[in-house]
Design a protein around this ligand. Structure first.
Ligand SMILES: [Zn+2]
Length: 497
């Protein structure tokens, strides 16, 4: 579970002016900038206090920069970008800040001129170049510097998303990224390299329109990561290779400028690169975040690339958490009854409404029951345990022999996670009373089975009295059921933030 500070409005305002933005939470950041040179520099500043080696690539040659990612990881070197003729002064300053002793230039003299080589040598830096007459050759020559290896990656060299998505994994494992033209066979020099190496698996990033079936059929033991979109490809790679990680990088899926140099930092942080649309997370990416419990995010690019609404959403502390909702009773156990109402029905309805509210929060919600079925108390506790719950909320309504008893109360138990359980209870209780207009009976400590035996923060909510006419009329009302659900949702969100 994450712990973060309150959201600072200042951080959002600042994002318009600065290149590095911390979220409310110290563990989510945005690495932006005025242009791609700036973004690359901010990535470098975030990941390296110093670096003996720096890699420089042409600002437009995404193929070179992506193919260089495994090499950059190997030398623990940031990748900086340049225009062909001269070094940008900001880039020069960053090389000096890093106290770099050597620079590896990737690409030929048309991409990075010899004038830049001279500029760097004048700074006392040793320079060498990994060249090639085209991007495919540059990638092959980078591979020769890395390899021979047991696995290689092949990606479309003429579009960036699939190569970008696989780059952190390839880099971390030292597997070269080889490039291909989607419309043709592998370049003969690439095929020769693969044929000479002891390859046990060929990882292909992208569907058949990016790397053809013919290429697939001519490489050793291919494993393809496809999908209906670039977003799905990136999600599929994250799901396959980063399910144990809690960190992820998020960047716009339609431009390479921001993300190009972030892939080596992602590799350092053992984080996948997830591609997104500027204003909303694609479904495949949402599912990847929820199912893998990803919770620490680095956004590459400014608010135009990845909007502040997406940044705020992924920065919420509930992201990556697992919440168990436990509607009490069910099946042969109806719970309390009164005024033609039955507890098991009311609590299931309200819990489902909370579930639907939480579905947009990037947390994983597990319901102990979704239908009118009987569950033992121990089954409920086990469900929470097995799902790796971070919080547990049990839903009940109250009843008493006298119709005068009324109001809302929330219970916690001090056996496990006492302070957190109490806090969760307080947040939910406050919101519920406010929304329902019921009597505040307070937060109470007591050992109900499900909260006494659950090790994570857990509470039991008694929403209102089914045996009291005023309370019961609220429990019967769709409006008040929604109010109750909104309040419990709010209480959970407040607890996390
Ligand atoms: Zn009950």
């Amino acid at each position: 579970m994450k712990k973060k500070l309150l959201l600072s409005v200042l951080a959002l305002v600042m994002s318009l002016f600065v290149g590095i933005q911390a979220s409310a939470a110290a563990d989510d950041i945005r690495l932006g900038g005025n242009d791609r040179f700036d973004v690359a520099i901010n990535v470098s500043k975030n990941g390296w206090s110093s670096a003996s080696t720096v890699i420089i690539a042409n600002w437009d040659a995404y193929g070179d920069a992506l193919a260089a990612t495994p090499l950059a990881y190997k030398y623990n070197a940031p990748i900086l970008l340049t225009k062909p003729i001269a070094l940008d002064s900001r880039v020069k300053t960053e090389i000096q800040r890093l106290n770099a002793k050597s620079v590896i230039i990737v690409g030929g003299t048309i991409s990075v001129s010899d004038n830049i080589v001279r500029e760097l040598r004048n700074l006392g830096i040793s320079v060498r170049r990994i060249s090639g007459s085209n991007r495919v050759e540059v990638a092959n020559n980078i591979a020769k510097e890395i390899g021979p290896t047991s696995k290689v990656v092949i990606a479309d060299g003429f579009n960036f998303p699939d190569a970008l998505s696989i780059a952190p994994y390839a880099a971390r494992n030292g597997y070269p990224i080889l490039l291909t033209n989607p419309k043709s066979l592998l370049d003969s020099s690439t095929q020769a390299l693969i044929d000479q190496w002891p390859i046990s698996q060929t990882i292909i990033s992208g569907g058949p329109l990016s790397v053809s079936e013919t290429v697939y059929n001519n490489v050793p033991n291919p494993r393809r990561f496809g999908g209906n979109s670039r977003f799905e490809v990136s999600a599929n790679i994250a799901n396959a290779y980063f399910s144990a990680s809690t960190a992820a990088f998020v960047t716009k899926g339609s431009i390479f400028a921001d993300a190009l140099t972030g892939s080596v930092l992602a590799a350092k942080k053992n984080a996948p690169i997830l591609l997104t649309e500027p204003d909303r997370l694609p479904v495949a990416i949402t599912n990847s975040i929820v199912n893998n419990g990803l919770s620490r995010f680095t956004v590459l690019g400014g608010p135009i690339s990845v909007s502040d609404s997406v940044f705020v959403k992924i920065s919420n502390n509930i992201v990556g958490e697992t919440i168990v909702l436990d509607p009490g009773h069910g099946g042969t156990d109806p719970g309390a009854a009164g005024y033609s109402l039955v507890e098991k029905e009311i609590v299931l309805d309200i819990a489902k409404r909370v579930n639907s509210k939480l579905s947009n929060s990037l947390s994983k919600v597990v319901m102990t029951r979704q239908t009118d079925t009987y569950l033992s108390l121990d089954q409920r506790v086990k469900t929470a345990e097995k799902s790796g719950a971070d919080a547990f909320v049990s839903f009940h309504v109250n009843s008493y022999t006298s119709g005068s008893a009324n109001g809302t109360e929330t219970w916690y138990d001090s056996t496990y996670a006492s302070a957190s359980s109490k806090k969760l209870a307080e947040e939910i209780q406050t919101e519920l009373v406010k929304a329902m207009g019921t009597r505040d009976r307070g937060v109470k400590e007591g050992g109900f089975y499900v909260i006494r035996n659950s090790k994570m923060p857990s509470v039991l909510v008694e929403i209102a009295f089914i045996s009291n006419s005023t309370d019961a009329s609220k429990l019967a009302s769709n409006t008040y059921r929604q109010k109750a659900a909104d309040a419990i949702y709010k209480g959970i969100m407040n607890y996390y933030n």
